[in-house]
Write a protein that binds this ligand. Sequence first.
Ligand code: SAM
Length: 292
Amino acid sequence: MSLDDQWFSEAFESEGVAFSLRVRRKLLDERTRYQHIEVFETSHWGNLLTLDGCVMLTGRDNFLYHEMMSHPALFTHAAPRRVLIIGGGDCGTLREVLRHPDVTDAVQVDIDEGVTRAAARFFPELTEANDDPRAELRFEDGLAYIKSSGDGTFDVVIIDSTDPVGFAEGLFEAPFLREVHRVLADGGVLVQQSESPLLHSESIIRDLHGALDEAGFAHRVTLPFPVPSYPSGWWSATLAGKGVPVNRFRQADADARAFPTRYYSADVHRGALAPPAFCAALFSGLESVTTG
Ligand code: SAM
């Protein structure tokens, strides 16, 4: 990461690519016990949040990610009431979850309270739902929290974490995902941010499907979507069902939704279920077998 002549750059050495945004000034530089949190004011992309030098979100394109990390899973579940978010400290995903009027409880568990403090100061549009009486914000390790949750406690679990390194690595592995399977009620749905289809299909995404299968999630599907500020500009969310297919969703309810979205729609959801040809078998998981 560098701030040369007013550019923020994040390089991906292993991929021979970098992403840069012109910045006007740095608004925050804080080292918590977990991460290096920085916020920049950019010239054209609103504010930029980075953790340990990695882009987490910009004011301009975060809606793509937050909408696709929430609405597909919630409209896939038959009747989501109780939602758990692991990570998600910027609170953008929480805001989208709480747009669903039938959701009764949304528990967010992020290890680093500094991220939420930074979001409240520099991305207030993302934290606007934090005072919703249905919301509970906890600041602890999701790997520990999940073990303290009872069987069948949640209908939807959203894993909105950083990349699978450091204290986030275990969130992509079978032991944790087996706990998620246990705390989901029958018919429950998991959604996990699953990195770049272009860069990670033969690594992180493939390994995640294997860990989900090992954890008892036979029904899986990976939904690709654009996020220009993320590595390769192309990201994904992987859905997994506890005893239910995840390539079908409540299309009429999605069409009739009473809240605004800028990217998500029933058509976008349906389109995202059609996997790119180069990773069709991987992205469709069991669904490609059971539904042809
Ligand atoms: N959209 C981003 C992405 O795809 O990389 C993720 C955004 S959100 C800011 C990521 C959050 O995951 C961070 O706030 C971080 O503190 C949290 N996190 C990472 N590992 C965690 C863990 N083991 N338990 C709870 N939160 C964790």
